[in-house]
Design a protein around this ligand. Sequence first.
Ligand code: DHB
Length: 499
Amino acid sequence: MADLRFNDEAFTMESLLFDDREVRFRAFEHRIYCADPVDPDHQELSIYVPEDYYEKGTIGKFDIHTAPIFMPNTIGGYRPGYFQKPGLDHHGRITASAIALYLGYVVVVPTARGIGLKDERGINTGVVPAALVDLKAAIRYLRHNRDVIPGDTEKIVTNGTSAGGAMSALLGCTGNHPDYEPYLREIGAADERDDVFASSCYCPITDLDHADMAYEWEFRKQPDAHTMRLSVNQEAAKENGITEEMLASLFHNGHPDFSKLPEEMRRAIVQRVPVTETMDLRQKHLSRDLAAMYPSYINSLNLRDDQGYALQMNPDGSGSFRNWIEKQVVRSMEKAVLEDADLKQYKWIDFHNDRPIGIDWDSFISFRTRMKPVPAFDKTGEPGSPENMAFGSLRIDNRHFTSFGAVHDVSGWPKAPAENVKLYNPLYYITDPRSVKAENFRIRAGAADRDTSLAVSSVLTLMLRNNGVKVDYLIPWGVPHVGDYDTGELFLWMHNLMK
Ligand code: DHB
């Protein structure tokens, strides 16, 4: 049984360089945030506090009690969230948490369980809803220790990218909802609230039970899927003394996990190769059938724009919902032009006095290109997707999470119960009065990001706005599937929320 009291006397003094300035901070690391952890390495958090709060008392208008808390998660691909100190990431870029410290935020970095984790009995410990429950338990731990923990636990801002963006969205939509209570109790989470103040979501891979339809709605006219695969450069592997056996051990469920390799080794032997996969006739039929299901789903949501006009979808996928997304794309192009992007080269963009005013939708989509073959998320069989694994059970590695996937199954996978699928979809909670929503969201989905359809982040944005939540949404031009690329604007948004 882990002690849930926070010991504020045990810390190390550390520093980082940002903007040629030394930022000194206290690091309170590896605190287990639930009393009965299943996997203590992935159920702990670290707290980082600017030293100026101890020495000078204030940074700007904040002091050690009132500083907002920036809480990024490191979840990607529905894999476990790992420990990451503020500083440089593994690409050598300064992390958002380092900038947050520089600006006077208290930074909390929780780890969390995710796919691929098994205990000594072979039980899957990171399946739905483990990752979200862990992040909630981390928040409850902060509140449980609010008297000794630096920062204002009523001003928690979550941040994440991709699957981590989905988790950030879930944290913002499901605050204190009873659905998660049994799971929180199971790991001995503190008996506290877990709602948050604001949520920042980069390319959230979410609404998974409708993401396949959304993907085909967008990409059904694109028969070729263009992607990069990570593969091992066999010669380089040999030169580095890596045996076939060692290589085989990197694969799990048909997927390589190169994160097990030391950084230098990974750089030396892992290469990215472009692959193109063309749809066959069966896939064309799957694509057509999935795309045909999306309009009735979209129309069932009764979405409205900011003026209150209904956003709907025609059977062929056109209509006011698509026009709304088009407007977001045009808004993003306007910003890009102001920042000197050369968009005149694209003949499918309409200009008026050098200002972009419209696009030809189909040309825009073929410019984006399809990345994932059909179905994009709920695969019909081996190898499964990260999502099939996220919806696995304690003993079953892959499960379906859509009826469509289950009907077309070729691998004998069962379907996850609807109540489990719900636990990872923020949309179901937005209209539920039993969940406390974050007051503010910031959602970004790059115009060059094809890991999910632009419809997914659009629906999340619209549903939140239609339910009274403020959402800052943008489809930034030229941005692929990444996060934390516009930290200046991210922290400006946060700064404005704290006024
Ligand atoms: C991520 C990317 C995906 O394409 C996906 O399906 C799930 C997760 C990610 O980068 O986290």
